[in-house]
Design a protein around this ligand. Sequence first.
Ligand code: GDP
Ligand code: IMO
Ligand code: MG
Length: 496
Amino acid sequence: MSRLEDMVKDKQIISIVCNQWGDTGKGKFSDYFAANWADVIARGTGGNNAGHTVVINGKKRIFHLLPAGIIYDKEGKTNILGNGMVLDLKVLTEEMDELDKENIPYNNLMISDRANVILPHQIEKDQKKNKSQKKGGIGSTGRGIGPAYGDKILRHGVRVRDLFNRDMMAKRLEKAKGYYPDINIDDIISYIEPYAERIYPFVRNTIAEIHKFVNKGKKISLEGAQGLLLDIEFGTYPYVTSSSPSANGTASGVGLPGSIVETYGIAKFPYMTRVGGGPFPSELGEDISEIHCANDLDCDIFFEAKEYLGMDIDLSKIRKAQKEKNKVLLDKKEKEVVDYMRSNPEKVIGLIDSSCPFTQGVGIRMMGEEYGATTKRPRRTGWTDLVALKYAVGINGPNLILTKADVLGEAEEFRLCDGYNDGDNIVKTFDDDENFLRRITPKFSTYPGYQNITGETNYGNLPPSLKESIEYLESFTGGKVAMISTGPEPQQTIIR
Ligand code: GDP
Ligand code: IMO
Ligand code: MG
């Protein structure tokens, strides 16, 4: 029996969710379980606000909609886009085109007939109202997620099955007109029809299909999206996404009971990130960091490499390329910056070791390459918040996967947030209330730094301060660390 099978034991259904604000490595672990364990890989929440990165032998793929398991379709594995998702069909068909280019088949793909479809007027609304933090939005990804889920709840969303029934689609859009007076129903239908035709062969009653897989004893892995602290129910409302990325939400998003799913909740450790607006108690640099990162494109990876590492970058050229959406040039320039950061770790660690928390946060962002997979925005960085993690463990269950500990190798010290100072009180219970989270200040425990652990696969070999802090995390949160990730590649993983 492999170590992974030994860990999962007799469980038939597992889920990989995030216990923080997203971007914790769901892509890496969804791929890991798809490659080594699952027969079926299903997503049930969110849409293309997600950016799930898989790195295999140095080749990076970022999935926004398709589950990471799609690359194992050729091995007969089934990938499902579940009922709880919202699908931008343009983005979905572009992901299919990418696979076609690489000759990667997706014959076993199933798309839920009940998933909701994101339409151009919903994207426009999201970009106007929610995207720009400078204009009072929460910093959404601008992908139309909020309006699409809003319209679903208001009962005039267009579902995948409606795409194949022109009258039904027109009826739903007629109702939506009350909220979007300017839409032209014929235009929307003509826009969506070619995409609908393309996905038609894959559309199924995925709820019935997944129940068949369960009955046949197939092993199922649910790929979560976003994170518990972005959950519409449990997250830092209103700075949240519009679905439920919790373990239960992920299960219900594919039509399964949460109670039969063994959940693995991922947390970055010993630092964590958030992208977009909203409270983040353990953030390095506090509101200066939040404002800096809200400037998104003005304070992106190029700006930071020039400003903090002294790289010779012509920012006006970069901004021009961004305006013109010159992806080839931007990708080339980004690679140059990332290569520079990777080959000058002492410069970046120098920032982490500085005495200014904001600068430390910039250094961690560079070392961890924390620039959004979906939007390229700089991710806000802070020390891992055990108070918030305890809350997540209560909702998502005890099994934990810790990622990114390798990023802080060779830094002088690290911290963990293990309480909130509220006046004279130290609070150890999380409350998602914005006023509370903005009022309190973090209490930290400090640990000595550790050497480079990149690629380590044996828990016993981890440095003492890391093991001590992991054991403290477990006693504080009630969680149980099952796996530790020591790099982006699948083999850079410890099964404890
Ligand atoms: P997701 O949204 O949860 O799938 O996470 P993202 O893909 O948005 O961001 C996680 C990033 O961290 C990706 O670039 C991964 O390749 C990378 N990654 C995942 N685990 C590790 C790890 O343990 N160490 C390092 N250095 N990188 C990791
Ligand atoms: P993955 O799956 C990190 C954040 C946005 C914004 C808020 C609402 O890669 O972990 P939305 O577009 O959903 O209405 O934005 O949620 N957000 C994410 N942050 N990772 C994600 O996905 C996210 N998806 C949404 O930045 O603050
Ligand atoms: Mg991501």
